[in-house]
Write a protein that binds this ligand. Structure first.
Ligand SMILES: Cc1cc2nc3c(=O)[nH]c(=O)nc-3n(C[C@H](O)[C@H](O)[C@H](O)COP(=O)(O)OP(=O)(O)OC[C@H]3O[C@@H](n4cnc5c(N)ncnc54)[C@H](O)[C@@H]3O)c2cc1C
Length: 500
């Protein structure tokens, strides 16, 4: 008989794991609490608009491609990827200027020179470093399970630690290259993707710039949720069984061994291996008895959580020519903006904004002649925001967009609006403190210091997803699926698997 694997949660990590184990011949069953599969990469439709609720940047296409190849699939058979051009637009405050990033080094270096003479050449040097860093990370670090600090502080880090910028901070690193606040912001904003601030993130994360500048920004036609459909299709093709509206209440443990799960409806299901993709804090503190927990409440209290988000899904009655697919507006007071998120949690008065307008690229996500907008403000996790305050803040953000992003009269053109914020993340995904992304990528929560993907107390219990290694991000959670697979099979290699 095939061994039985139960996966709790159908986020990207859970779906990826389901695919890998099903392909290897295990009997795989997924239990997802929500009505939709995909976790934070969720979707909803309203008034003719189709909104991707979470991820929208399809970056590092090589990492997605690798996963599909490992599953014996061609990604082209599943996703119609288009490269966005320009990749994204940055608006600076007071309508001063805007900057389009093209992911074409000659054009981008020329744009950098117009903001800071000589910065174009510095960009070239910077991106060479990012590319090197990305190569080392993907071949030697990200696909490796760490057991001891020596696994991480291996010969490579010891000899190249300085070059790999493991120990300095991102802001310090970027400041060595660029003097102007604008260009520093351009190189640092990706830290928000990692749920951290450039003042805290280790500089090795400058590898992020290899993704947006060198590799380019992609979009799966039909929407980001097409990725979820593809992962589900591939896992089901190999025999995985998906159950929605099936919240798990408890992981059944006997004599220190995981034996299965009990659902909230009382049903029990046996398994040889249990892999939780649910929020790690939730898995540990709500699904396990105290004696079976690897981490105490005290441990969680000391964690640095990635931001939550104040999100608006907007249906707009006409096209908005000043916007392209991805748009960013940076706060003037960059440090204060990060302090509002991490140090003195409050709704930022002068926030940085991210606005995605997928209807610029994709006619399927909005009715003809209308615009689909996803507006995201990174805010502190754990904030309590009354409904009245949410509406006030929405108005504040919209007026900022009108003023700073060439969108006069935007508020009158909105025919659909839904606000989604801290308490929604907590309720929908059991997310600790309603964080949008999970554990932040500070140095002390990276690699060896991030929670491991197996329980130290319960044999046969594993973890997958953004809360464990390598961490946050859609393609990164597919790597975490591969790491869970490697962990169960005792595979210790550092690079991506060539075959299952
Ligand atoms: C607003 C937003 C924007 C983002 N933008 C990007 C982007 O542009 N590009 C990018 O690459 N990444 C982006 N990310 C990050 C990326 O989406 C996440 O890191 C990734 O999707 C997390 O996947 P995961 O495997 O950790 O699972 P999750 O998505 O956290 O899913 C976990 C699943 O477990 C389920 N669950 C919880 N409790 C139970 C239970 N008791 N029983 C059963 N199931 C349970 C949840 O319902 C959920 O479906 C974004 C995230 C957000 C929120």
């Amino acid at each position: 008989m095939n061994k039985k694997v139960i996966i709790i949660g159908a986020g990207i990590g859970g779906l990826g794991t389901a695919g890998l184990f099903a392909k290897k011949g295990y009997d795989v069953t997924v239990f997802e609490k929500n009505g939709n599969l995909g976790g934070r990469a969720n979707i909803f439709e309203e008034n003719g608009f189709t909104f991707d609720m979470g991820p929208s940047w399809y970056l590092a296409p090589d990492l997605f491609r690798h996963f599909f190849e490992l599953m014996g699939e061609k990604i082209e058979d599943h996703l119609d990827l288009v490269q966005l051009s320009p990749s994204y637009r940055i608006f600076f405050r007071e309508g001063s200027d805007q900057l389009d990033i093209h992911s074409d080094i000659d054009r981008d270096a020329a744009s950098f020179d117009t903001i800071e003479p000589g910065a174009g050449d510095k960009l070239r040097t910077y991106l060479k470093q990012s590319e090197y860093q990305y190569g080392v990370a993907t071949q030697h670090f990200m696909y490796k399970n760490y057991d001891t600090v020596f696994d991480f502080l291996n010969k490579r880090v010891a000899t190249e630690g300085q070059k790999l910028s493991v120990f300095s901070k991102m802001h310090t690193f970027v400041s060595r290259f660029f003097k102007s606040q604008k260009l520093r912001q351009v190189m640092e904003y990706t830290m928000v993707f990692l749920g951290t601030s450039p003042y805290e993130a280790p500089a090795l994360y400058n590898l992020m710039s290899h993704m947006d500048f060198n590799q380019g920004v992609f979009y799966p036609q039909g929407g980001f949720y097409e990725l979820i459909r593809a992962l589900v299709r591939v896992a089901e093709k190999n025999g995985a069984v998906m159950n929605t509206d099936a919240p798990v209440a408890e992981i059944i443990v006997e004599n220190g061994v995981a034996k299965g799960v009990r659902l909230e409806n009382g049903e029990s299901h046996n398994a040889d291996i249990v892999i939780s993709n649910a929020d790690m804090w939730f898995t540990e503190t709500k699904m396990l008895k105290e004696k079976d927990r690897t981490f105490s409440e005290r441990y969680w209290k000391k964690r640095v959580m990635a931001p939550s988000a104040f999100i608006m899904y907007l249906g707009v009655s006409e096209k908005l020519p000043s916007l392209i697919h991805h748009n960013l507006l940076f706060s003037e007071d960059w440090r204060k903006n990060f302090d509002d998120i991490y140090k003195d949690p409050t709704l930022p008065d002068e926030p940085s904004l991210y606005i995605c307008a997928p209807s610029v690229t994709d006619p399927n996500v909005a009715p003809d002649g209308k615009e689909n907008l996803f507006v995201l403000v990174p805010i502190a996790s754990g904030l309590e925001i009354s409904e009245e305050r949410q509406e006030q803040y929405a108005d504040h953000v919209l007026s900022l967009m009108e003023k700073e992003m060439g969108l006069p009269g935007l508020r009158e053109k909105i025919e659909y609006k839904r606000i989604y914020t801290v308490e929604n993340f907590a309720a929908d995904y059991n997310a600790f403190k309603g964080s949008a992304l999970g554990l932040a990528h500070t140095l002390m929560q990276t690699a060896i210091f991030r929670p491991k993907n197996f329980s130290k107390k319960v044999k046969g219990l594993y973890f997958v997803g953004a809360g464990t290694n390598p961490g946050i991000g859609t393609q990164i959670c597919l790597i975490s699926a591969e790491l869970a697979y490697k962990r169960v099979h005792g595979i210790t290699s550092a690079g991506p698997l060539a075959t299952l």
